[in-house]
Design a binder for this molecule. Structure first.
Ligand SMILES: [Zn+2]
Ligand SMILES: [Zn+2]
Length: 571
């Protein structure tokens, strides 16, 4: 059996979807993407499903996809995909990652200008060849150039949500070694940045050769870039670089501080050290005159000796945290344990994979006290939205689940769509009977800032709206946020008592960290929701909480830290 991760299998299926799309095949690409999305967010290793012969239990995986998954697990290859690949130049589907270029346009450019790579596309756009092709013009040429820039920027960053589980798994395997005495993730992943460039791991070890051997032979490793006694670099799936450094025990704290960054945070810290005639480096905090080590073994000591309160890694971005630490004014950051429920999840009633009851049981297992079911209403045809009648039926089902389950309350809600005039796609007669109404933008992303802000503000005039969903619409590495004046939205939210969502989905994490930081100036609540489409995705809450911490949020700023009765009042 070959070693293939869930993510890797998902990538095979995503690639099939892309290629089928290039071929002009209808519907099938969507089925493959759906299965791939579900596989990539499973909480269990897909091999357990394989061994128990239960691959078809995974939502969206039917007989044909299950057979393909088996083949990938058994051989590491997929003949069907290899055949498909032969039909197109390899670089063509890479170009599908460029925003705004659908398969039809790509095939046209390929057939008419022979363009089969991003570089060739850029060249053609720059030499004004594309505008000559029917269906393209000067504007689309300009857009293509902009989107190529964006594409290049995206290629260098990995989404935290998909890398964190891999990094934690490797950290755990290493920490189980007898030769590893201390271990920590460092770098941007420790600061829980929404996208990261690479993974840094630091250890203290009694036998670094043995640790390096183990590290470079991990299952996840696809290539060893370099192997030494104090530092090794490997490439894991999808070209992710992982560095492991072995550090002397007496410098572990200063190395951890140094490699965690951010750069601008560290520059300020070093300046404070210099003001004291000390020197701060990865080797320790050292007296410049006597060369005596003042701190180094533990990170906390470094902050303490510099006269600062300990600064949590998520805050280390030079956004005022050092000044606050000097004054003892740091926020008391929200923690995962503070979260009492999730207010925006989907079920089979729209595009979700599980039933209301399955979602509720999973939420209860996570220790939650309440769960808000907010499926799409009917206007979103593509998301299999509910009619008014179906909303009523779902409410009845939720009642039944509430009768059946103890310890958790399921709230009935809806994710209504805000149309181009700011109207919602659900009637007030229906809305009034729901506990939660999430109002979100899912179309018309190109509205001007003024139009977009007006759309949302208009929606907020609807008395039944309780939450504004994913407030800037961005999708990391895919779509830039739409233009919206968040200040105005915050002001209105404060006035109307409407929550602003921090959507924990790996691609969204929106409200962003900076958005949270700004929201702190208003008397409003943030609601950290997962927007889960399956029960495994409920664990994305961790990403939302990390983003909230990066945005300086405290328990008191977040609606779903309240107990059920308090929350009910706020809603
Ligand atoms: Zn949505
Ligand atoms: Zn949603």
């Amino acid at each position: 059996m070959s070693h293939v991760s869930n993510k890797k299998i998902a990538n095979f299926l995503f690639e099939i979807a892309d290629l089928l799309e290039l071929k002009g095949v209808q519907f099938k690409p969507r089925a493959y993407r759906n299965a791939a999305q579900n596989i990539s967010t499973l909480s269990k290793d897909i091999k357990t499903y394989y061994q128990e012969k239960k691959l078809q239990d995974i939502e969206g995986v039917g007989e044909s996809i299950a057979e393909k998954v088996e083949e990938i697990i058994e051989t590491g290859e997929l003949e069907y995909l290899n055949e498909l690949r032969k039909k197109f130049p390899e670089t063509l589907q890479e170009m599908m990652k460029i925003q705004g270029l659908g398969p039809k346009s790509l095939m046209k450019l390929y057939e008419e200008l022979g363009i089969k790579s991003v570089d060739e596309l850029e060249k053609a756009a720059k030499s004004e060849q594309i505008r000559e092709i029917e269906g393209f013009g000067e504007t689309s040429e300009q857009n293509i150039l902009e989107n190529i820039q964006r594409y290049r920027k995206y290629q260098e960053r990995f989404l935290l949500g998909y890398i964190l589980p891999i990094a934690k798994d490797i950290e755990k395997q290493l920490s189980n070694l007898n030769e590893v005495e201390r271990i920590n993730l460092a770098g941007s992943i420790r600061r829980r940045k929404e996208t990261i460039g690479d993974v840094d791991i630091l250890v203290v070890s009694t036998d670094s050769d043995k640790v390096m051997d183990f590290f470079t032979n991990l299952d996840q490793v696809e290539k060893v870039v370099s192997k030494g006694t104090t530092k090794s670099t490997v490439i894991a799936q999808e070209n992710l670089h992982i560095d492991l450094r072995v550090i002397e025990e007496e410098s572990f704290g200063s190395a951890l501080q140094y490699f965690t960054g951010s750069k601008s945070h560290n520059i300020k810290l070093r300046k404070i050290a210099l003001d004291n005639d000390w020197k701060l480096s990865e080797y320790g905090l050292i007296d410049k005159h006597t060369n005596e080590k003042i701190a180094g073994e533990n990170e906390k000591d470094i902050y303490e000796k510099l006269g600062l309160d300990y600064i949590q890694p998520e805050l280390r971005e030079d956004r005022g945290e050092i000044e606050a630490a000097l004054k003892g004014n740091l926020p008391n950051l929200i923690k995962m344990e503070d979260i009492k429920g999730d207010l925006h999840v989907h079920t089979k009633w729209s595009e979700g994979s599980h039933t209301v009851e399955e979602m509720a049981i999973e939420a209860k297992n996570l220790g939650y006290k309440y769960l808000g079911i907010c499926d799409h209403a009917k206007i979103l045809q593509i998301a299999k939205g509910m009619s008014d009648k179906e909303i009523r039926e779902q409410m009845k089902e939720i009642e039944k689940v509430n009768d059946k389950l103890d310890g958790i309350t399921v709230l009935s809600g809806i994710e209504a769509n805000i149309d181009s005039d700011g109207k919602l796609d659900v009637k007030k007669e229906v809305l009034k009977d729901l506990d939660i109404v999430v109002a979100s933008i899912h179309s018309g992303f190109k509205s001007s800032e003024k139009e977009m802000t007006n759309r949302i503000i208009t929606a907020m005039q609807n008395d039944y709206v309780t939450i504004i969903g994913h407030p800037t619409g961005r999708k990391l590495n895919k779509r830039e946020p739409y233009e919206v004046n968040l200040t105005k939205i915050f002001e209105e939210a404060e006035k109307k008592g409407i929550f602003i969502e921090l959507n924990s989905f790996p691609e969204r994490l929106d409200l962003t960290d900076l958005g949270c930081l700004n929201a702190r100036d208003y008397d409003l609540f943030i609601s950290i929701n997962t927007d889960s489409h399956s029960k495994d995705q409920l664990r994305f809450m961790e990403l939302g909480v990390s983003t909230a911490r990066r945005g300086w949020l405290e328990k008191k700023n977040v609606a779903n830290t309240k107990n059920f009765n308090e929350l009910k009042k706020l809603l």
